[in-house]
Write a protein that binds this ligand. Structure first.
Ligand SMILES: NC(=O)c1ccc[n+]([C@@H]2O[C@H](COP(=O)([O-])OP(=O)(O)OC[C@H]3O[C@@H](n4cnc5c(N)ncnc54)[C@H](OP(=O)(O)O)[C@@H]3O)[C@@H](O)[C@H]2O)c1
Length: 267
């Protein structure tokens, strides 16, 4: 579809770094107004000031912890109080843990589910009536290549991404004909802050060929701009090939292979 970015006000979560910051830059350069959400206020303000100065768009910031179970309603209230009408949402934030499940901290895993699973659902639910009213925007959820295969040492994270992918693909079908474009983009290994703090051994995730945050954004926006976009897109030729090949393997083969691929001992 032809999207007029200048008519968009996009709520973008996880906007203070990495792929989210790259989305902010790409959308502002196309004329979209933005509402940036993440925990680090200073980072958000610096990005907002720069984008406003460079592109003349309105960029609001909401420093907010998306682990809050009432995230959707709270963000909607703040946006409404500021008189902003959101036309599109990008659910991009996530945290991950790299550890054997038996060794992982239960509290950290609970936060991971809150941020990676519950928040995208709650934020989408809270803003959907506004998006439907505007009827010319999009819902873009960031999943990941690990949504397509079981990922030992990232059991909760890859299950969370499988949830995001399935949730988004169902919404795509439910919202056809609504005027909204709904899809998930799945990055593979991408050079961002993501692996920092994931746990010992996470280096294995970026040991192979990695992509840049701008590549992921280019893939997502090219998909958005297609005439009849499908429910999901994988970033990068090698990632697409890997996802395609995984369809020919049994679940047993996939799980066993990924256990070897994600074993830090092989580095
Ligand atoms: N990088 C990769 O290799 C890769 C691969 C596949 C999928 N992905 C997906 O791509 C998306 C973006 O990741 P990235 O690589 O850009 O990671 P990143 O550089 O670590 O950025 C993550 C963003 O999420 C925000 N965030 C984290 N926890 C939050 C919380 N509790 N409340 C609010 N915001 C929170 C962070 O901001 P604050 O810290 O300021 O809150 C930051 O803006 C994620 O969905 C990730 O799963 C990444």
């Amino acid at each position: 579809m032809t999207i007029d970015y200048r008519s968009q006000t996009v709520l973008l979560t996880g906007a203070s770094a990495g792929i989210g910051a790259a989305f902010a830059t790409a959308l502002a350069s196309r004329g979209a107004n933005l509402v940036l959400v993440a925990r680090r206020a200073d980072q958000l303000t610096a990005i907002a000031d720069e984008l406003h100065r460079t592109h003349g768009v309105r960029v609001d910031t909401i420093p907010f912890d998306l682990a809050d179970p009432a995230a959707g309603a709270a963000l909607h209230r703040i946006v409404t109080e500021r008189g902003i009408a959101i036309t599109s949402v990008i659910n991009n934030e996530a945290v991950g843990t790299f550890a054997l499940f038996a060794d992982a901290d239960a509290g950290r895993l609970a936060t991971e589910i809150a941020v990676d699973v519950a928040a995208p659902v709650q934020v989408t639910a809270a803003f959907l009536p506004d998006l439907l009213r505007a009827g010319n925007g999009f819902i873009l959820n960031v999943a990941g290549a690990s949504a397509y295969v079981p990922s030992p040492r990232m059991a909760v994270y890859s299950a969370a991404k499988a949830f995001v992918l399935s949730f988004t693909e169902s919404l795509w079908a439910e919202l056809r004909g609504s005027g909204l474009t709904v899809f998930a983009v799945s990055p593979g290994a991408t050079r961002t802050e993501f692996t920092t703090g994931m746990g010992t051994g996470a280096r294995v995730l970026i040991s192979g060929k990695t992509r840049a945050a701008d590549d992921v954004v280019a893939t997502a926006l090219a998909h958005l701009e297609r005439r009849n976009p499908g429910p999901s897109v994988v970033d990068g030729r090698i990632n697409r090939l890997t996802v395609m090949m995984s369809r020919f393997a049994t679940r047993r083969q996939s799980a066993a292979l990924m256990a070897r691929v994600l074993d830090p001992a092989r580095l």
